[in-house]
Design a protein around this ligand. Structure first.
Ligand code: ADP
Ligand code: MG
Length: 385
């Protein structure tokens, strides 16, 4: 399931091993040689280091072996941990390293790398470098099993490679940068524009938060959902009933919508921080995706607006043609909106939410990832397939 230790002399393949965008390996121009300079920080899914490779400084994000229930999709009650075929199917789309490879792969294939921090490929840390890393930073007790919020439960050894050894640590090499500590009007406008453009490339769940913006660009795609994806493209599963199809569409819409809701929450958070800290140096921002940052609870002039009964998101990410990428195709700053055509219940849910909580849990059955259960969002709508 996890990429195994590479055979000497054999080129690494682009990952992940599934239809859609992939990320190629970092080119060491010979044997792997990394100098670890500094520990930069950690997140839910990784430890990030300042490194030097071939004379250039980079940020190297080394991924933890996180629990399957932490992956975006399988859900907290996932019970198939011993079903290697099922876990492998989810791995390709939903595991944080795979999710990030797919998003950066999409930016490369579409020629729109400018929309995120620059990415130079993935690597599999060899044993010698892993030993060096662990001794150089021994004071940090670095854990690669589990997550930031729940470290320690052994995950890495759960899925050994061919030889029976634990799999190698996976990393992504990125431009080294600085977190944005200040949110100015132009930063906020750029972030919103970038979300709109990333979504036109079929990338959602961008997780817009101030700490994810580095050198003014989105830098963390470990929970991104990139088309084609079982959570976005119900047509990938020809066995879906019409009810399930509309439930999956509802959630796909919710994922698109959520990026804008979270963007607005980021602005509200920044404004609150200014107030609480008595910071008079910066003005509160009013750059919102939705009027006043209140989601779809929009007060329309009823005579004028045809939108009053409809829920919309700013982009339909499914329109990206992943089968025939056109590198360099210009992206619109005002693409056609995605109007949601669903049940009244769905519409009511969407209109009142200030964040979107996905409700579908997914199962692997007969070669396909299928929706299995729906939570409260779908009460009365969904039983089981
Ligand atoms: N390109 C980078 N340059 C400098 N620091 C970085 C870079 N990428 C990440 N970091 C630091 O590492 C932290 C974790 O990275 P992130 O990609 O958000 O990981 P996770 O997916 O685990 O949340 C960031 O909050 C930031 O402090
Ligand atoms: Mg992060």
């Amino acid at each position: 399931m996890y990429p195994d230790w590479p055979e000497p002399g054999v080129d690494l393949e682009p990952l992940p091993r599934v239809d859609g965008p992939k990320l190629g390996p970092f080119d060491f121009k010979g044997p792997q040689r990394i100098e670890f300079l500094e520990y930069l920080g950690s997140g839910q899914h990784s430890h990030v280091f300042k490194v030097q490779i071939l004379g250039t400084v980079y940020a190297l994000k080394l991924f933890r072996f996180t629990y399957i229930y932490d992956w975006i999709g399988p859900g907290p009650r996932h019970t198939e941990l011993d079903d290697i075929e099922a876990v492998s199917a989810f791995y390709q789309y939903s595991e944080p390293f795979s999710a990030e490879c797919r998003a950066f792969g999409r930016l490369q294939e579409s020629g729109h790398e400018e929309l995120a921090i620059e990415c130079f490929g993935y690597l599999l840390l060899d044993e010698e470098h892993e030993r060096t890393l662990m001794s150089r930073f021994s004071d940090l007790d670095l854990e690669f099993s589990g997550t930031w919020s729940e470290p320690g439960i052994e995950e890495r050894s759960r899925y050994p490679g061919e030889s029976g050894k634990d799999p190698p640590i996976r990393g992504i090499v990125k431009e080294f940068g600085q977190e944005n500590t200040v949110l100015r009007v132009k930063d906020a406008k750029k972030a919103l524009r970038d979300i709109i453009q990333l979504q036109q490339l079929g990338i959602v769940n961008i997780d817009p938060e101030q700490r994810q913006i580095i050198n003014g660009k989105f830098a963390d795609f470990s929970i991104a959902i990139t088309t084609p994806h079982y959570m976005m493209n119900p047509e990938m599963n020809i066995f879906l009933t019409p009810e399930w199809r509309s439930a999956v569409e509802y959630e796909a819409f919710g994922h698109s919508l959520r990026d804008y809701l979270e963007f607005d929450n980021m602005i509200v958070g920044w404004n609150c921080e200014l107030k609480w800290t008595g910071n008079k140096k910066h003005k509160p921002l009013s750059v919102f995706a939705f009027p006043n940052g209140k989601g779809l609870q929009i007060k329309y002039d009823l005579r004028k607006s045809p939108d009053r009964e409809r829920a919309f998101s700013y982009v339909d990410p499914r329109t990206y043609d992943w089968r025939a990428p056109r590198p360099g195709k210009t992206l619109s700053s005002k693409p056609p909106r995605w109007y949601y055509e669903g049940s009244d219940q769905h519409l009511r849910n969407l209109k009142r939410c200030t964040d979107f909580v996905p409700g579908i849990e997914w199962k692997y059955r007969a070669g396909l990832i299928c929706p299995d259960k729906g939570s409260h969002w779908f009460e009365g709508i969904i039983e089981s397939v």
